[in-house]
Design a protein around this ligand. Structure first.
Ligand code: ATP
Length: 251
């Protein structure tokens, strides 16, 4: 008898309120190990809040998060070892260069002596090796995102949680990031990312969940969810198009 591996991420009744506002409303979601998974939804749907709770940056008001079979509330240290996280707006040590930041990450995580090669591979693949002496404070938005991704993946986590990894990324860099993430998933890793860029999600993810107002509207393989249309069509159908209003003063 073979024992099925634990899901990479399992959310059960996950809930977060900010005052009276319920940002995440009893979310149940299972992300199988080795899956490239996309979380999509309109602005304010609760994507970042959900990812922040998985990453241990926010405490849920109710419900549980399991990562690789471990309860994130009870076994935080081991869960953090298994996770790589890149969230919007997370602060970085600004007075370091990209290579120094990776060294800092490697030392903080106590990585073995294979990290310099990994760091150099990541800097090259993400084209950050061209500006080795630029301080992070002087990085562009896209460069910050890329170094954030390199920091998240350097310790070869089981699960990568990425908030909007393709936002502010040029098309060539986006392909490099996609390539890196595909290699990672090909090696057994799990990617959970949020995105507004439907064609990237359609192209890269195997499964997708569409959330709105903190609840799942639909979930499944990308093919199941989009049916005969595109993910964009399904998104607009389920979430509802923005109200059309003619602005006379603009005409
Ligand atoms: N720290 C906070 N304090 C108060 N309200 C918050 C806080 N963080 C998020 N919210 C609210 O929770 C809801 C969900 O926000 P969240 O950032 O998770 O959405 P999102 O799906 O990631 O949106 P976007 O696509 O715009 O990034 C929003 O209504 C937001 O205003």
């Amino acid at each position: 008898m073979t024992i099925a591996p634990s899901p990479a991420v399992e959310l059960s009744g996950l809930t977060k309120r900010f005052g009276d506002h319920v940002a995440v409303d009893g979310l149940d979601l299972t992300i199988p190990a080795g899956t490239f998974y996309g979380l999509v939804g309109p602005n304010g749907a609760g994507k970042s809040t959900t990812l922040s709770m998985i990453a241990g940056l926010l405490t849920p008001d109710a419900g549980t998060v399991h990562v690789a079979g471990l309860d994130a509330a009870r076994d935080r240290e081991h869960v953090l070892e298994r996770l790589g996280v890149m969230m919007e707006g997370l602060s970085l040590p600004e007075r370091l260069t990209g290579p120094e930041l990776l060294e800092y990450t490697a030392r903080l995580r106590g990585l073995d002596d294979t990290w310099p090669q990994r760091a150099s591979d990541l800097l090259e693949l993400l084209e950050l090796d061209r500006t080795p002496s630029t301080l992070v404070v002087d990085y562009s938005t896209g460069m910050r995102k890329k170094i954030g991704l390199a920091m998240a993946i350097l310790h070869r986590p089981r699960v990568l949680v990425l908030d909007e990894p393709f936002e502010a990324i040029d098309p060539v860099s986006a392909r490099a990031i996609e390539d890196l993430l595909h290699q990672y998933v090909g090696g057994g890793g799990t990617v959970l990312l949020s995105s507004h860029i439907m064609d990237v999600v359609e192209r890269t993810c195997r499964r997708v969940a569409l959330i709105d107002a903190g609840r799942i509207l639909t979930e499944g393989t990308v093919d199941e969810v989009r049916g005969r249309g595109t993910l964009n069509d399904v998104f607009v159908d389920l979430v509802g198009a923005a109200p059309a209003k003619r602005l006379e003063w603009l005409a």
